[in-house]
Design a protein around this ligand. Sequence first.
Ligand code: 7PJ
Length: 259
Amino acid sequence: MKTKIMGILNVTPDSFADGGLYTNEEAAIKHAKQMIQEGADIIDVGGESTRPGAEKITEEQELKRVLPIIKALKDEITISIDSYKPAVAKACIEAGADMINDITGLTNPDMIEVAAKNNTPVIIMHMQGTPETMQQHPEYTDVIKEIKQFLQQQINQAKKAGINNLILDPGIGFGKSVEHNLTILNHLEEFKELKYPILIGTSRKSLIGQLTNAETKDRLPGTIAANTIAIQKGASIIRVHDVKEAKQAAQIAEAIQNG
Ligand code: 7PJ
């Protein structure tokens, strides 16, 4: 199956990998258009950084950042809204967003209601803990089993509410040590048993930095390696900053799989 490329568009002044680059509306739209031209299938628009220690913002602030971008792009590409706030997701869907990217994995019943009412596809991501504390002591007895259990439970909740269009994401870096992340990626095919498409986000993450000592801006080669293996092991969507490079890697991975 053809891998989809999700281009990351952070409209935040403090995201760790590209923080501050695209706060200006015009620059954000320009960057999105470039990603579309490079072959992005989805643009993931986020207005609040979830990195540890990032400043929390109000729904109004978040909407002020993301709504103009969604309105400008809605006729050009599939848009996901990267927000765990039901009110933000609702307003973004009304403005033209096509999908909810929920890093809290539909644990908020209000988010289930928003998705159900609007018949909106949802990315269910797994996270252990909260963004503030998740990297302090990530702990699992069996990381694959526990994440699968969480995802299955959230699938059941979603289905009960009538939401069937789901994408699953084990949440690389969200309450996981390097070893946990590596176990997830090496055993990614096990998540296929849940029978939904799998999304993976490794782009420029600290996993890559810890294994290579590369600074955030120099993590593209490691990101490509991780994404290529994720595709080989069953990822259907990869969430990336560098669309052109990710697309080329995906084309080669798919060609080899079909070889
Ligand atoms: C992810 C995300 C991810 C999904 C972020 C970053 C941190 N959403 N939002 N999956 N990561 N679904 O981009 O490094 O891995 S924010």
